[in-house]
Unconditional design. Structure first.
Length: 479
């Protein structure tokens, strides 16, 4: 389950359970006070229904003889008791008979000054009380009757001001209880959510600490929420990339160290030769003009070799720092290659190298930096010379095209490269022949630089064996 869904589900449960708890608490309170509210209302309803029967009874009541005693009023009160009414009788404002409840007596005292006593009864409603008043004549005597009913019960359970206060108190209790329950439920689910979130975070922190301490072997083991599981997998992938990068850097540093050591060797050899031949001239070993010129020629060539090597290192440094300038121009690839071959013809003749250019048409236009692309071709040709296995070297340059690319294929008649080493041919500092010798003076930079330049032109360079080594350069077409 995603953490987003989990948060949504958790909050839903918080609200749902809180409302359910509120419903249960409210229901419990209502159930506890059911007798108070429901029965009180029911009794009031019944009281109003019985009022008509009581009024009929009072209107039709007559004394049996002219002599009225308390026993007569007691008999009337017993008849009214069936309807839960009480009786109050007065004569000239003086109480004759009463069986009132405590709260009813106060009401009757007030009513005596407020109501009239007609021959036929009158019905009054006062607060929670139903009152019937009538005047009865018996000979020369006049009796004022008040028949009263109220919802009063014993104890505190009555629907009056006290009950209302109790209702308010109940709601306060329900509210406080609900708040406490909601807070507890919220805290419970929030704590669970926090625990589910903190577990993968803690694992990520532990993993970061392990990486800081240099331990890249132990991955994070976590299976759970989708997002966190994905983050942990991404962290493990990053850790693997860091490990691979560190291993690659270690190998790179080793190769760089080997290269520096090899270049030092490559520089030391011609430098020693230069020093030796110059010393031969100074010490008089070259005692004839011919010998002196020979010694100086050899020293000059060795110095030129060192200059070429230093130029490559300088070029590589500019390439690594991104300071390599490119000034592309629109040019025919055929004309560019013809000019390149013409400029280097003397050098190729000296090294017994024959170059043939093959193409089907002359309008193979590309947009290239002539100087940089010349370096690419020169590096490829230099490899053919360095790794020759016969005196006569033949190189064929063939230009073809397709819909979007111009392709230059350079093939020599050498022995090629072992298939397992072809994928590494363009890696920096990579040497096919790892043993340094005077014959193979490669430093692993030529083809790496060539690949970089071709890719900066938006092209691609590959290598394969086709009799000898075949280098294929694909460049975007230009109008």
């Amino acid at each position: 389950m995603t953490i987003r869904k989990r948060i949504f589900k958790s909050n839903t449960w918080i609200v749902l359970l809180s409302l359910l708890a509120l419903l249960i608490i409210g229901g419990t309170v209502i159930w506890i006070f059911e007798d108070t509210y429901v029965k009180s209302l029911t009794e009031n309803a019944i009281m109003q229904e019985n009022a008509y029967n009581v009024q009929t009874l009072v209107n039709g009541y007559k004394f049996e003889n002219n002599t009225v005693t308390k026993q007569d009023f007691k008999k009337l009160s017993q008849m009214l008791a069936k309807y839960d009414y009480q009786l109050y009788v007065s004569e000239g404002g003086k109480e004759i008979y009463a069986n009132l409840l405590h709260s009813q007596a106060e009401t009757v005292e007030i009513m005596n000054t407020e109501i009239s006593y007609p021959d036929k009864s009158v019905l009054y409603v006062w607060e929670d009380k139903t009152i019937i008043a009538r005047k009865i004549l018996n000979g020369s005597r006049t009796y004022d009757l008040i028949v009263i009913n109220s919802a009063e019960k014993s104890g505190i359970y009555r629907l009056n001001g006290g009950t209302f206060e109790l209702l308010i108190l109940s709601f306060i209790i329900v509210g406080i209880g609900s708040i406490l329950v909601i807070l507890y439920i919220s805290r419970f689910f929030t704590q669970r959510l926090v625990n589910n979130i903190m577990l993968p975070i803690q694992k990520l922190m532990d993993g970061a600490n392990r990486i800081e301490q240099g331990n890249l072997e132990e991955p994070i083991q976590y299976e759970g929420e989708d997002e966190f599981e994905m983050v942990c997998k991404a962290f493990n992938k990053m850790q693997g990339s860091l490990k691979a990068g560190m291993e690659k850097n270690a190998a790179y540093e080793k190769t760089r160290t080997d290269m520096v050591s090899g270049i030092s060797h490559d520089l030391r050899t011609p430098l020693t030769s230069v020093k030796g031949y110059i010393k031969g001239v100074k010490d008089g070993i070259a005692n004839t003009p011919e010998k002196q010129e020979q010694y100086l020629d050899i020293a000059y060539k060795k110095a030129c070799e060192m200059d070429v090597l230093l130029q490559k290192l300088f070029y590589f440094s500019k390439l690594e720092t991104g300071n390599m300038p490119f000034y592309p121009v629109n040019i025919s690839l055929i004309k560019f290659l013809e000019e390149f071959i013409r400029e280097n013809a003397e050098y190729y003749t000296e090294n017994n190298l024959e170059v043939a250019l093959s193409y089907q048409k002359e309008n193979h236009y590309v947009k290239i930096d002539k100087e940089q692309m010349s370096r690419v071709i020169a590096n490829i040709m230099e490899n053919s010379i360095k790794y020759r296995n016969q005196d006569k070297i033949k190189v064929v340059m063939e230009v073809t095209d397709n819909t979007s690319n111009e392709t230059l294929t350079i093939t020599d008649n050498g022995s090629g490269v072992p298939e397992e080493k072809l994928p590494h041919l363009f890696d920096q500092f990579y040497r096919v022949d790892e043993a340094r010798s005077s014959k193979n003076k490669g430093n692993g930079l030529g083809l790496y630089i060539a690949k970089y330049i071709v890719e900066q032109h938006g092209g691609r360079i590959t290598a394969k064996n086709n009799g000898g080594l075949c280098i294929q350069i694909m460049l975007p077409k230009s109008e």
